[in-house]
Ligand binder design. Sequence first.
Ligand code: FE2
Length: 204
Amino acid sequence: MRQAGSLERLRAFVRDIEQMVGLGGLRLAERAADRMRGLVAQDDWLPDEMAVPDKKFYQQHLLYADPQDRFSLVSFVWGPGHATPIHNHTVWGVIGMLRGGEYGQRFSIDGGAPVPLGPDELLSPGAVEIVSPTHGDIHRVRNAHDDRVSVSIHLYGGNIGRISRSVFDPATGAPKDFVSGYSRRLEGLFPQLQAACGQKEQNG
Ligand code: FE2
C-alpha cells in the first residue's frame, strides 16, 4: 500500500534516468537496471490508481513519458491468468517486478514458427531483467498467479505506448503490427513540467 509522500521515490527514479539517458543503448539499460532494483525493492510508492487491473486484459499505465521520447515508465498490471501474445519492443526495456510474479519466455523468430530460447522463467518481487533488440527482444509474459493481481514496472528506451511494434503468430511466426497505447496516465508527478507542457501546447 502506498504511503504519503512516497511519490518522491518515483520522481527520484525519473530524475536519475534523466541524468543517465545520454549513455544510450544497452549501457544505459544496464545502469537503469541497477536503479530499477532500488525502485522495486520497496512496494510503498505506486499510486493505487496505477495498479488497477482490468477483468479481461492486462493493463499498461503510463507513469512518466520523457518529453523528448527518450524513455517512458509504465506499470504493467496483470489480472489473474492474464498473458501477452509473443511480442517485441524494438527499443531496450528494463522490467522490475514489484508485486506478485510473472513468467516470461524468450523466443527467436527466423522465418518460421517461434522457437523458445529457454524455459518459462519466474520473475519474483525485487527481480529485474533487460530486453533489448541486441540481446533478445521477443518474449511472451504471463501472470504467475491465477488468483491475484501482479504488477511489474517497465522502463523503455522510447515512448512505448506510441511505438509501432509486432506481435507474432504462435504457430507460424507471422508478424502483425500493433501500437499498445496506455490504459491510464499518472497526472501530477511533475506539476510544474506538466503546466509548462500544457502552456506550450496551448501556444502551439
Ligand atoms: Fe514485453
